[in-house]
Write a protein that binds this ligand. Structure first.
Ligand code: ADP
Ligand code: MG
Length: 688
């Protein structure tokens, strides 16, 4: 890397050629700066060596051993196996390596090394496969250190990533800290260069805590500054649309097969009043899964369209966009409302898109439903008056700003099921007014839950069989798409086979994951919605907003790996119809703490409560555990566990803006650059 060029491509690092760079590309890492900001997933500690007699089954430990006899070398097919044995005063450990011929000469009888690996108990004592090997004194220098563990992709192990980071850090020029000195002092923040080094290779736990706190602060701080900018820009905008009253809204409400809850009525009132107000609407509707946010959005869109304007709904996934489109068409048909709906998604052909764009531009479409393809270049609206963003937690602040700016400033309605307390919502959505739907429709039966170990899986299959025989459908959720290095979690592609084997042939089991082509995904979701698929084995892509009321069972594998808020979101896919629904959480960790956490879900269906209990149980310092990912996707910060830092960052941003509202002073120049960079990055992050 030359000079201060953080933007240099990764190939400027030694040992990274085009091929390796392509692997890094799979992790969305192209530049040195991106690599440096690819923070470890967790850390591994080098504990002090134990005696052979103290080894514990299944645990990764270090043990200091003397090689007790000549090593043996055998071949199985093309694999060379080296076996050795080492001992100390308390016992013997068998050691074994694959394809590492040079060990033959190193492991002389009588030599002493520290071996670190997973201890497995066999018939004749403990053994370790592929242990790492250290000279006794070199292990000593590592002891007490934390080693970074990175998220990996096939062919790119954590160690390789760590080596690249180490090199990048070595070459890293010292940067001037972009945060004003008084902010760092007031909030006791570590210096930025220090933080960046220590987050990857911490000297000790204390340095790690400091480093992380600083980086989390930065992430929140720049986010909040941008939210504040948005707020500034928006507050000045006047409502240039005239839409008094709405006969369509009245008609739909009259004929609705259910009654709106009190909370829905209140929210609808606020939305409709905003649309007739002096300023442009900027409103967030926050309501738990199943609280009925969609109908509010539809009614607002009807109002806009009835008065001759266009409205748009953005959904985070194509499947959800399609579902909204269909529901909307039905609503119009049932109520004999002659409005035109247009679907716009990424998987449409170029020609289909062009035709859709034309209809939107010529106002032959009144309501546009789509994915973020909507916000891409090429879409021009004839008269856009309302933009609804569904399931906002999947979107960064970027989406909140991108549809405005074209033509007149449209009204904005953002819908979110993120279970966050109001104080946090005010910070994160500082640019929006907030309506809360804190009530579920009364007709809903609460979902029955249970947490089980893998030993109870046969009962689960039996239960799936019974439910499907009664005509119901089920989701099975796995953590991953395919087996990947260093992760022992059930994956969709293997798991779907297991599920098929355990269920009678006539039950249709299909699989859904984010790496499938959009067309394929849509087809499967449609088949599931239409009841042609009974059991859907899926990654968390179904998490967001899907509505299949006939689905009554949700089985979640490796539930211990998910944040409770995310599990709650997943659970929200069932319990949407008139039948009793069930959610089965499978805890594979065997750990009591996990069980206790998951048990919270057992006792509550209240998203707000669940998130705060999870926080209490884990404590604010616990960042080695499960992240509440899926809630608001920050790179390192977690709005729950880091809520104190979030409050600090919010206060700091307010103080800074009071002093220099436009961030125009020369000493704040670097801040502007950081915000711009974050904005670019979020733009990339949303290309799902
Ligand atoms: P979410 O808030 O999670 O987006 P939806 O808007 O998808 O929830 O609503 C879930 C289901 O509840 C839908 O099938 C919808 O028709 C139904 N629903 C909405 N409001 C009510 C209500 N007041 N009474 C009964 N059912 C309702
Ligand atoms: Mg929804």
């Amino acid at each position: 890397m030359s000079g201060s060029d953080f933007g240099a491509p990764l190939t400027t690092l030694k040992g990274i050629g085009e091929k390796t760079a392509a692997l890094f590309g799979k992790l969305n890492l192209a530049t040195v700066e991106e690599l440096l900001e690819f923070y470890p997933r967790t850390y591994e500690a080098y504990g002090p060596p134990v005696y052979a007699g103290e080894l514990e089954e299944g645990k990764v430990q270090a043990v200091r051993l003397q090689i007790s006899k000549e090593v043996t070398v055998t071949w199985v097919k093309k694999m060379q196996i080296i076996r050795a044995a080492g001992r100390d005063m308390t016992g013997t450990v068998k050691l074994c390596w694959f394809n590492m011929p040079y060990l033959k000469t190193t492991l002389k009888p009588g030599s002493v090394y520290v071996f670190r690996g997973k201890a497995v108990r066999g018939r004749s004592g403990f053994s370790m496969d592929q242990p790492q090997m250290y000279a006794a004194d070199s292990y000593e220098t590592l002891q007490g250190r934390l080693r970074p563990v990175y998220s990996v992709t096939k062919g790119l192990p954590s160690k390789t990533i760590g080596q690249a980071v180490e090199q990048a850090l070595k070459n890293m020029p010292v940067r001037k800290d972009p945060l004003p000195g008084w902010v760092r002092e007031k909030y006791r923040l570590a210096e930025q260069n220090f933080a960046l080094r220590q987050i990857h290779f911490p000297d000790d736990e204390n340095s790690l805590v400091l480093a992380r706190r600083r980086l989390v602060f930065d992430e929140f701080f720049f986010f909040i500054l941008r939210v504040q900018q948005l707020k500034e820009n928006r507050e000045k905008k006047l409502n240039s649309f005239s839409m008094a009253g709405s006969a369509y809204v009245e008609r739909v409400l009259d004929r609705l097969p259910y009654e709106l809850t009190q909370a829905q009525q209140r929210t609808l009132g606020e939305v409709l009043a905003d649309m007739e107000g002096a300023g442009v609407m900027n409103r967030l509707i926050q309501g738990d899964v199943g609280s009925g946010k969609t109908i509010i959005a539809f009614l607002a869109l009807l109002k806009a369209a009835e008065h001759g304007y266009q409205g748009a709904v953005m959904a985070p996934t194509e499947v959800l966009a399609k579902q909204h489109e269909q529901a909307f068409r039905e609503l119009l048909l049932d109520n004999e409302i002659p409005l035109r709906v247009e679907l716009l998604t990424g998987s449409m052909t170029a020609k289909e898109k062009r035709l859709a764009y034309e209809r939107i531009q010529n106002h032959e479409a009144d309501i546009v439903v789509g994915t973020h393809a909507l916000i891409q270049e090429g879409v021009e609206y004839a008269d856009l008056a309302l933009v609804v963003t569904d399931e906002q937690h999947r979107f960064g602040v970027h989406q909140r700003e991108s549809l405005g700016g074209k033509g007149k400033e449209p009204h904005t309605l953002v819908m979110s099921a993120t279970p966050i307390p109001r104080t946090l919502a005010i910070i994160l959505y500082g640019d929006l007014d907030i309506s809360v739907i804190d009530e579920l429709p009364a007709t809903r039966l609460p979902v029955k839950n249970c947490v089980i170990g893998p030993d109870k899986l046969p009962n689960t299959y039996e239960f799936l069989r019974k439910q499907t025989e009664q005509g119901r459908q089920a989701y099975v959720i796995c953590a991953m798409v395919e087996e990947s290095e260093g992760m022992e979690a059930e994956n969709v592609t293997d798991y779907v086979k297991t599920v098929r084997n355990h269920l009678p042939e006539q039950i249709t089991v299909s699989c859904l994951h984010g790496k499938m082509k959009p067309k394929e995904k849509n087809q499967i979701m449609e088949d599931f919605a239409a009841g042609r698929i009974q059991v859907l084995v899926s990654t968390t892509v179904v998490e967001v907003g899907i509505n299949v009321p006939n689905a009554t069972v949700m089985v979640i594998e490796n539930a211990e790996r998910f944040g409770l808020a995310q599990l709650h979101q997943l659970r929200g896919r069932v319990g949407r119809g008139s039948h009793q629904s069930y959610c089965v959480f499978i805890n594979r960790s065997g750990s009591k703490t996990s069980e206790k956490r998951l048990d919270i879900l057992n006792h509550s269906n209240d998203g707000f409560l669940i998130a705060s209990e999870d926080l209490k149980l884990r404590g604010p310092g616990d960042f080695f555990g499960v992240r509440q990912s899926g809630v608001m996707e920050f790179r390192i910060g977690d709005i729950f566990t880091d809520s104190n830092v979030l409050k600090d960052a919010s206060e700091a941003a307010a103080l800074l803006l009071a002093e220099d509202p436009g961030l125009e002073r020369p000493e704040h120049g670097e801040l502007g650059r950081m915000m711009e960079r974050d904005r670019e990055r979020m733009r990339q992050d949303i290309s799902l």
